[in-house]
Design a protein around this ligand. Sequence first.
Ligand code: HEC
Length: 154
Amino acid sequence: MAGAARPGSLAALAMAGLAALPAAGGGALAQAPEIVGDAVPRSLTGRPGDAARGRAIVLGPTRGNCTICHVVPAADERFHGDLAPSLRGVADRLTLGQLRLRMVDSRRVNPETIMPAYFRVEGFRRVAAAFAGRPVMTAEEIEDVVAYLATLKE
Ligand code: HEC
């Protein structure tokens, strides 16, 4: 799995682009989610997410940019990246809680990963004051994406 993480120039570009994303929300500072094993078992919002909205986030050009790195089994797969494992059938491999941790902070699973942390609220260095404590996605967006990923079964 870690073998898929080839830190090439495209990945560096992807990271640079993601770093420039505006922080989501702008409201209250996010709480660090509770991690149990390799999962975040509890919904960040206390509710299940909306898979249709999650699909739009995953395939959309902003926020996620998932298809820079991943093949997502939808739409124009041939334009999708191969820097990361395909998300085809990912819900057969990972539980809801495991999917959630990968979204929240993939580095908790693989410290070397190039996948951005979409909800990490601690451990950032040199983060602009305006972004401090504000993750890339809101808790709602994370839950929507997790709900969509959970539909990716074969
Ligand atoms: C910069 C590249 C990059 C981006 C952007 C990215 N990922 Fe990843 N992702 C990876 C890599 C590489 C892995 C493999 C895990 C590792 O590095 O050890 C991974 C792993 C995963 C996994 C676990 C897959 C498995 O089979 O274990 C999921 C789920 C996932 N990503 C979802 C997403 C979603 C959803 C998005 C968009 C919101 C996204 N990723 C954006 C690079 C990326």
